[in-house]
Design a binder for this molecule. Structure first.
Ligand SMILES: [Zn+2]
Ligand SMILES: [Zn+2]
Length: 261
């Protein structure tokens, strides 16, 4: 052991990982979301630079292990080596503890962290921010910060990968004759062409109105809308007369309202 200080192998202890859960809406999946969160975490003590020793005081060699960081214990014929319980393998002890961190070398602080959720994130994703966890000890590296992302269920759209699925009503007149209708997308309304003779249940594809691929904002999936032909529940008197004429023309066996004539 040259100089007699730290144990060979481990250079300090790594800081703990931290986890945080966020919930975003389906709309926010489109462009991603940047948010600032407050995280309480252990930081290297500025007073002692993480040494845990009071300013001006020095560390002394641990007398239990003589600075080797490990001790030998004999059991019968065997001699085992064990990490020194007194100094925790450091090989040295603090003479006077830092009053700020009480010798731990770290203090709890609330830090503001800017979290960037990329576009196209999937529900249940776990994002890692390397080195944003707790500070290490004795020169050890920092832990990581993990963000669990929940995407709220949307009432109108069902997401399957990058594609969205929805249902929309189209007037029966348009279903028969064709025309143009407004369809709800994730960001607003868009007008699409309906062919004449469109049956109820037909799937209408609207390109690029889905959500993007993870981290690729300009590559979006498609929106599939199941067209439901809207049948009027309470037609007006005029509308009813027209439909009855139409039924007579076609010879359809419709029920004629009693007392109409
Ligand atoms: Zn300190
Ligand atoms: Zn020791």
């Amino acid at each position: 052991m040259g100089g007699g200080g730290r144990r060979s192998g481990g250079r300090g202890r790594r800081g703990a990982d931290l986890e945080y859960a966020v919930e975003i809406s389906l709309e926010e999946v489109l462009d991603g979301k940047t948010m600032e969160i407050e995280v309480p975490r252990r930081e290297t003590c500025a007073e002692c630079q993480g040494s845990g020793a009071e300013k001006g005081s020095k560390k002394k060699v641990c007398e239990s292990c003589g600075g080797r960081g490990e001790v030998r214990i004999s059991q019968g014929f065997f001699t085992m080596r064990q990490t020194c319980p007194r100094c925790g393998g450091e090989g040295e002890l603090i003479e006077k503890r830092c009053p700020e961190c009480k010798g731990e070398g770290r203090v709890k602080k609330v830090r503001k962290l800017q979290v960037k959720i990329p576009p196209g994130v999937e529900d249940g994703s776990r994002l890692r921010m390397t080195g944003e966890g707790e500070a290490g000890q004795g020169g050890g590296p920092r832990g990581d910060f993990y963000i669990h992302v929940r995407v709220k269920k949307d009432k109108r759209f069902e997401r399957r990968g990058q594609d969205l699925y929805a249902e929309d009503l189209i007037p029966y007149t348009v279903a028969v004759l064709g025309g143009r209708v407004e369809i709800a997308t994730l960001t607003g309304m868009t007008e699409i062409k309906i062919d004449s003779g469109t049956p109820s249940g037909k799937i209408l594809k609207i390109k690029n109105e889905g959500v993007p691929a993870f981290g690729v904002p300009d590559r979006r999936g498609d929106l599939y809308v199941r067209a439901q032909v809207e049948v009027p529940v309470k037609p007006s008197r005029q509308e009813r007369e027209l439909i009855e004429k139409l039924a007579a023309e076609r010879g359809d066996p419709v029920a004629v309202k009693k007392g109409f004539f």
